[in-house]
Design a protein around this ligand. Structure first.
Ligand SMILES: NC(=O)c1ccc[n+]([C@@H]2O[C@H](COP(=O)([O-])OP(=O)(O)OC[C@H]3O[C@@H](n4cnc5c(N)ncnc54)[C@H](O)[C@@H]3O)[C@@H](O)[C@H]2O)c1
Length: 355
């Protein structure tokens, strides 16, 4: 089992990554024997996973709360229902939540833990590739409201993150590829080792082989934890985690969040941001080619020709990365490292959409 740490001081936490089944010992080590436990999960997870997890927790008071699967379930109503359950079951400050599922479950269960009784402990047990490499680490929790996604939330670190690649076998192709999009993002944020791992093992990654999965998850998390530990509340360097997001979010908004998975949209966003970086002179043509080849090598789509600048412009300028009327873009430099800048020619964005 691989161990990585994130957070600092009292809120430092361990991330365990294994290619074996659920590491029961790690789980039971952090749960007080007398604590009540609420497992929050969603209707898309195979029942057997939830049954096994429930049986693995040694405590006598283990409860399960199932929300519907899908982004819509990250709602205020479901949040209220989780709180109601915690109150009905008389949960106290020493009790605990286990978030067992993808990013939707992690975000809503984490936000419930952050706010119930001003904060109780929670464990992240992510079961999608996206949540294993990204959302379970960093302490961002949130729910959606009608006015927008993730508008209500808190920074609140988990007590432990437990990752088993065995869960990934049942993930749909679309969700798996969505997670791979985030892996690519970490490869281009600042991780030469991750880039080489992908370059040298594309077929093993496509085949979901445990041995390679565990390595790419470890590398992605190391990059994320290094950045989020430096900047827990996203006031500086953490912004580079948004590589591909300005254009990716614009594509998601333009398509009504229906056509593409989040990771697929972010992948197209990274391609466009890399092209802007090329036109701005930050990378050479062969480097742009390398980036696109790497994306394609693991079965991800890099073709953004369906999306035109003229149609996406209003979403791009609406992005939360616009500060004082100037758009901050995350670009990539000649060392394949992402960086933030608001110095660029708008014309180069237009050119990037057209090639
Ligand atoms: N907090 C953060 O830092 C952060 C970062 C990125 C994304 N997010 C959030 O994450 C969410 C997306 O997460 P996601 O991509 O994991 O989607 P998701 O949570 O909706 O899960 C995708 C689907 O996979 C199913 N599923 C989960 N595990 C499975 C398994 N092992 N086998 C079969 N099916 C399984 C789920 O039931 C669901 O239908 C978004 O709400 C996004 O805002 C949060």
């Amino acid at each position: 089992m691989i161990e990585v740490y994130a957070g600092k001081g009292n809120s430092k936490y361990k991330i365990c990554i294994t290619d074996k089944a659920l590491p029961k010992n790690e789980l039971n080590k952090v749960i007080d024997k007398k604590a009540k436990v609420l497992i929050v999960t969603d209707s898309g997870l195979p029942n057997a996973y939830v049954r096994t997890l429930k049986q693995s927790i040694k405590n006598s008071n283990v409860y399960v709360h199932i929300i519907n699967k899908g982004e819509k379930a990250k709602s205020f109503k479901n949040y209220q229902q989780i709180l109601k359950k915690l109150i009905d079951l008389k949960f106290s400050r020493t009790d605990l939540i286990v978030a067992f599922g993808g990013g939707v479950v992690g975000d809503i269960a984490g936000f419930s833990a952050a706010t119930f009784l001003r904060g109780i402990d929670y464990i992240q047990m992510p079961t999608t590739l996206l949540s294993q490499v990204d959302s379970s680490v960093g302490g961002k929790t949130a729910i959606n409201v009608p006015q927008g996604k993730n508008l209500v939330g808190a920074f609140y670190n988990p007590k432990l993150v437990l990752i088993s690649t065995t869960y990934l076998k049942t993930l749909s192709e679309k969700e798996y590829k969505s997670g791979l999009g985030e892996v690519i993002k970490y490869a281009f944020i600042d991780n030469q080792k991750l880039r080489s791992l992908i370059e040298n093992n594309p077929q093993k990654i496509i085949n979901r082989e445990n041995k390679i999965l565990i390595k790419i998850i470890e590398e992605s998390i190391k990059t994320k934890s290094k950045i989020v530990t430096k900047d827990e509340k996203e006031s500086g360097i953490r912004a580079i985690l948004n590589f591909g997001h300005t254009f990716g979010h614009a594509i998601e908004a333009f398509t009504g969040y229906k056509k593409l998975s989040h990771g697929a949209a972010i992948t197209l966003g990274m391609v466009i941001a890399s092209k802007v970086s090329f036109f701005e002179g930050h990378i050479k043509d062969y480097q742009l080619e390398n980036i696109i080849n790497l994306i394609n090598s693991i079965g991800l789509d890099s073709d953004h020709s369906n999306y035109k600048y003229s149609a996406l412009k209003k979403y791009i300028m609406n992005d939360k990365k616009v500060a004082n009327g100037k758009l901050n873009l995350i670009m990539i430099n000649k060392n394949y490292k992402a960086f933030r800048t608001n110095k660029f020619q708008v014309n180069n964005i237009k050119k990037a959409f057209n090639v």
